[in-house]
Design a protein around this ligand. Sequence first.
Ligand SMILES: Cc1cc2nc3c(=O)[nH]c(=O)nc-3n(C[C@H](O)[C@H](O)[C@H](O)COP(=O)(O)OP(=O)(O)OC[C@H]3O[C@@H](n4cnc5c(N)ncnc54)[C@H](O)[C@@H]3O)c2cc1C
Length: 529
Amino acid sequence: MSGEHYDVLVIGSGPGGATIAARVAETGKRVLILERGDFLPRERDNWNSRAVFGDAKYTADETFYDLHDRPFRPELHYYVGGNSKVYGAALVRLLPGDFGEVRHQDGIAPAWPLSYGDMEPYYVRAEHLFWVHGKHGEDPFAGVSSKDYRYPPVRHEPRIQQLSDDLEKLGLHPFHLPLGVHLTQDGHGRATTDSRCIRCDRVDGFPCLLGAKADAEWAVLRPALAARPNLSLMTRTTVERLVTDAGGRSVAGVTVILPDGSPHTFTADVVVLSAGAILSAALLLKSASDRYPHGLANSSGMVGRNYMRHNNLALIAFSRAPNPTVFQKTLALNDFYGPSKDWQYPMGHIQMLGKSDDWQLKGAAPRALGWAPSAPYSEVAGHSIGFWLTSEDIPRADSRVTLRPDGAIKLALQPGNNTAGLTRLRRTFQEVLAKLGMADTTFMRSLYLHKAFDAAATAHQAGTARFGTDQASSVLDVQCKAHDLDNLYVVDSSFMPSIGAVNPTLTIIANALRVGDHIAELIGTSGPA
Ligand SMILES: Cc1cc2nc3c(=O)[nH]c(=O)nc-3n(C[C@H](O)[C@H](O)[C@H](O)COP(=O)(O)OP(=O)(O)OC[C@H]3O[C@@H](n4cnc5c(N)ncnc54)[C@H](O)[C@@H]3O)c2cc1C
């Protein structure tokens, strides 16, 4: 292995890394992905709520430190496919307005150096690559799409269809949540979207035992590795630092720890970093040298700053009518996304949660449930409908990733950042639920929210190496190349100058395709797109 040189090295195999590696490999050039994790085992526990949520079996054994230097375990997953192994596969485009400057009560979400129109063709490709099922045109607040989804939307089950009808009667505009899942009657992951796997309520938060969820492993890596001998993947290989050449303008080597514990250095013409927004920033800071004492690519001092992660809330509504829905996560609502006549600032996005089971409700069951004070949790769960409310977090220079003197990662998340939008959104939606006879017993499911350690909610991390045209205030240029270096790109969610209020992954994938096209052209042949 020693002395091996690649055309392109990609660090991390999540949606960003897997997508760009597969795209660049279409050129026939030699591409190597370095991934610290292994393949996630396919086993019964994949769908065991207690193992997944209670024991955090698949969560990385990692310790970060918060603003006050208290240790916590972040919500990270080190596997082939990255965090998409457990994601909810809600693959939603940012709204056109998100690409411009957005005024919030607590500050400004800055404009991107690209418009929705620039990103639109890549959104189409991303939707097709990650098997997205949906229907463009249903959501009047969404941007236009030049092509439809490849698959029709996942049907609402009767209780959710009823909710959709009821919301429409109130003048709202529910739409089918775009989802990267193949749901089948027989559960073998084939694309028959008018039916669903009988017991498949295990998407959001769970690894998919069947490979029927469009995570980065199943949607991209497996097909690309099978089709392209010039693409390779090294698992259990952790990148320790990036080393520059004598001139300091190129990454000359990527130092790793191999699975047997020995160090090794790979070289490549182009290096793409996609380790996730927190770990990519940490790796750049860790790669400080005499030439770059404040960290690699950090002449702006912006590496690690402007960390965002969404303001989220899981809301469970109870009604006396049972909710027998199996796969609940099919509906979404953008009616409160922008400013309204009652409030001049944006509120955010609403989508269904996966169905809560008895284990997930334990510890959070509502005392207010007078009709079922001692009911078993399974019975309580059978009457619940869950919603996921998201409002925009805004970048702050002091919400940041740094390294402590002992080398550990400190994630200083400033409290109360633009939470007024989320509070408004909750109140407004609770009023809507009240009109549907569902509000008086709402409470918040705490499992996803990491109440004890707020900073641990790292699922939607972004912003730590933002792109832009001004070298003094951004780390990357518009092609996501580091301003300071000629051959280093970053394509995880670090590049985002603002995060909007929808799930980030479709935008990460679309951007990785965009940057992948650019690199493909740069290294000699653009190959098929
Ligand atoms: C429970 C949960 C639910 C979610 N649901 C949704 C959803 O429904 N929709 C949505 O859009 N998003 C969702 N997300 C977020 C989504 O998973 C992330 O946005 C996405 O995975 C980010 O992709 P990425 O490629 O930027 O990084 P990651 O997925 O974080 O991948 C980074 C990879 O880099 C590897 N790595 C890190 N450091 C090193 C190193 N030093 N050397 C080698 N390899 C390294 C990691 O092991 C990992 O595989 C969810 C996340 C969670 C946790």
